[in-house]
Design a protein around this ligand. Structure first.
Ligand code: 5AD
Ligand code: SF4
Ligand code: FES
Length: 363
């Protein structure tokens, strides 16, 4: 038995085990992916849940060093979708039985924004007779704001930790109150306390990031007992400060392989959570998301943002599906997912099984 095969037999993985799995070469990786597929089949099944992504606005008060829509970048026209456009996108998701949408935007914490989101959540719930699950990805907010949006009818929240190592987090963000690592962790705890199903995630292949950091990221998810994870490769954007460190980056192919291994190892560690096959994977490889499904992921986020806004929501370069209407992506994904051996769970909310168990421990 190889070292990797021995580790895969273990019930629980320690940091050294995780580092060994993430460092495995091509041959050993085959065994890791096989194991992750088995775990996926036995725990969450071969179903894929769709979350329609609505990129609501690219106004952002933050200035993260890696992100194309940071406030310091004046190259993009700033936009905010009209209420009717948001409702139309939500209607599309509902009528096509996606069962769930993600409302995402740059971070803002002014009252006008908070109240607008609250109203939109109410209106989407009303329009869909409460049949649509609403996930928010709107950054760090006060507990009170999280509560207002929860009461309006949003029940899931995505907030990536970006990198769980506080030292690296500091290198990726301006050193001020708005970008504090501690604030980020507090926000994740506040979301949990409010009652949301909470998702987090990291970028993989960042400059300065080591395999040991990535192992710590996976341990962070486990310690936080997280319900959902979305993580993908870091892809440099030339209008950002981090671009100056591009010489330190792994080649794109290696970042993809490392991302797939992260998905597989996480599936082995946290059998019943929801794991997204993220769009950034597809920016590197046309079938990157399908590869992630085969490595243990079970969620895909088809883009429902009106095409006219997509050019202005480029967090990273080479973002796919910039010109494809929702209908086109839907049929494209249907074929691809079938080829990957999975079935799309139309009409099912697809709550994280992990979250359900935590709420009803005796079921
Ligand atoms: N490459 C990959 N992912 C990125 N994000 C932001 N910028 C980049 C980039 N250059 C991710 C962050 C953020 C999410 C919305 O997009 O992880 O949380
Ligand atoms: Fe704003 Fe999010 Fe980009 Fe940071 S990652 S600059 S918070 S949109
Ligand atoms: Fe958008 Fe294939 S998923 S074109």
């Amino acid at each position: 038995m190889t070292r990797v095969e021995e580790i895969l037999e273990k019930g629980s993985l320690g940091k050294e085990d995780i580092v060994a799995l993430l460092s495995a070469g091509e041959d050993d990786s085959v065994a890791i992916f096989r194991k992750a597929r088995e775990v996926k089949k036995g725990s969450v099944g071969n179903k894929v849940y769709f979350r329609g992504l609505i990129e609501y606005s690219n106004y952002c008060a933050k200035n993260c060093f890696y992100c194309g829509i940071r406030s310091g970048n004046s190259r993009y026209a700033r936009y905010e979708m009209l209420d009717d456009e948001v409702l139309e996108s939500a209607r599309y998701a509902w009528e096509n039985r996606f069962a769930s949408i993600v409302l995402q935007s740059g971070e803002r914490d002014d009252e006008a924004f908070i109240a607008k989101i609250e109203r939109l959540i109410h209106r989407m719930q009303e329009m869909t007779r409460h049949e649509l699950h609403i996930t928010l990805s709107l950054g760090e907010q006060k507990m009170e704001t999280y509560r207002r949006w929860f009461q309006a009818g949003a029940h899931r929240y995505l907030l990536r930790i970006e990198d769980a190592n506080p030292g690296l987090y500091r290198k990726l963000h301006p050193n001020d109150q708005r970008h504090s690592y501690r604030g980020r962790v507090e926000a994740l705890k506040a979301l949990r306390a409010t009652g949301y199903q909470v998702g987090t995630g990291v970028m993989i292949g960042l400059p300065f990031q080591t395999v040991s950091d990535l192992a710590d990221d996976l341990i962070f998810f486990r310690d936080l007992d997280i319900d959902m994870v979305g993580m993908g490769p870091y892809i440099e954007h030339k209008d950002t400060p981090l671009y100056e460190h591009r010489d330190r980056l792994l080649p794109l192919g290696d970042r993809l392989r490392l991302s797939l291994k992260m998905v597989a190892v996480l599936r082995i560690m946290m059998k019943d959570i929801n794991i997204a096959a993220t769009t950034a994977l597809q920016a590197i490889d046309p079938i990157g998301r399908e590869k992630a499904l085969q490595a243990g992921a079970n969620v895909i986020m088809p883009n429902l943002t009106p095409v006219k806004y997509r050019q202005d929501y480029l967090l990273y370069e080479n973002k796919p599906c910039l010109d494809e209407e929702a209908e086109h992506c839907k049929s494209c994904l249907e074929t691809r997912i079938q080829m990957a051996g999975d079935t799309i769970a139309y009409g099912e909310w697809g709550d994280s099984k992990h979250f359900e168990k935590r709420k009803n421990p005796h079921e």
